[in-house]
Design a protein around this ligand. Structure first.
Ligand code: SF4
Ligand code: FES
Length: 284
């Protein structure tokens, strides 16, 4: 028998699949329970499509979270057949089984059905100050030019900027499973994204969130976060590189010089036929 001819293979259009979904209504259920649904598989159907079809045609009480349906917003992450995935990017066919189990991401409280409470993810993200930090505040408040950045310097952090904050890495992380105070792979990796940006000088400002018991040193390098990431980001690598940066600052006292302003092009004037930019109208 060919590998693709297993009895569970559901490449057939119209084949019936069973979907078991974790249900939980905090207003009436003491504990979560599974509910089974059956539907016909259509070519190209994703797990999210299946949930939407169930809600439309079988059970309007089913709750899930989604928005873009194209792997960009990160809101549809769930655990499907034991793995954290973006359900809008996961076709039923690729699961190669006619029995599918959908649960909310582990390591988060459940708000309802397969909707996890991601507040811890976003709080940790906010704690590490996820933005460029400069010391020259006069330039930040009244920008007069651009900061220099070479393509090589961009490469250092580019992959880490692809994170869509879906939370799958926290769901896969064994440390997050046992220590809810752990900063977590998403926030630590994002800290490295900014620390490794040549324009940033903010590692010192982030130390109180990173150089602590539950911060960067709590990562045991299990690597499960990188395996789970649906965007191809390698948070485990970012965290190890972040440890190096924290060590360089805390132990060796090495501080980074952030990128300077780019030189203004010489002999370039303002074209008179191009109107001036409007006055700044955003409150500081
Ligand atoms: S690092 Fe990957 S898995 Fe973690 S939140 Fe970002 S996109 Fe999701
Ligand atoms: S719905 Fe936006 S990533 Fe899936």
């Amino acid at each position: 028998m060919l590998a693709t001819e297993s009895k569970d293979n559901i490449s057939q259009k119209g084949q019936e699949v069973q979907i078991k979904i974790l249900r939980f209504d905090p207003d009436k259920d003491k504990t979560p329970y599974f509910q089974s649904y059956r539907l016909k598989h259509e070519r190209g159907m994703t797990v999210l499509d299946a949930l939407m079809l169930i809600k439309e045609t079988q059970d309007p009480t089913l709750s899930y979270r989604k928005s873009c349906r194209m792997g960009i917003c990160g809101s549809c992450a769930m655990q499907v057949n034991g793995k954290p995935v973006l359900t809008c990017q996961t076709q039923i066919k690729e699961l190669n089984s006619d029995r599918i189990v959908v649960r909310p991401l582990p390591n988060y409280p459940i708000l309802r059905d397969v909707v996890p409470d991601l507040r811890n993810l976003f709080n940790q993200h906010q704690n590490i100050k996820p933005h460029i930090i400069r010391t020259d505040m006069e330039e930040v408040n009244n920008p007069s030019g651009e900061f220099v950045q070479t393509p090589e310097e961009l490469e250092k952090y580019l992959q880490f900027s692809y994170c869509v904050k879906c939370g799958a890495c926290l769901a896969a992380c064994p440390t997050c499973a046992t220590d809810e105070s752990f900063t977590g792979p998403q926030a630590l990796m994002t800290a490295y994204r900014y620390v490794s940006d040549s324009r940033d000088a903010g590692l010192e400002n982030r130390l109180e969130a990173l150089d602590i018991r539950d911060g960067v040193w709590r990562c045991h390098f299990a690597g499960a976060c990188s395996e789970a990431c649906p965007k191809g980001v390698d948070p485990a690598l970012g965290i190890q590189l972040l440890k190096k940066e924290v060590f360089k600052l805390r132990v060796l006292g090495l501080k980074k010089e952030p990128a300077p302003l780019a030189l203004k092009p010489a002999n370039v004037g303002h074209r008179k036929d191009i109107p001036k930019a409007p006055e700044r109208n955003v409150e500081k």
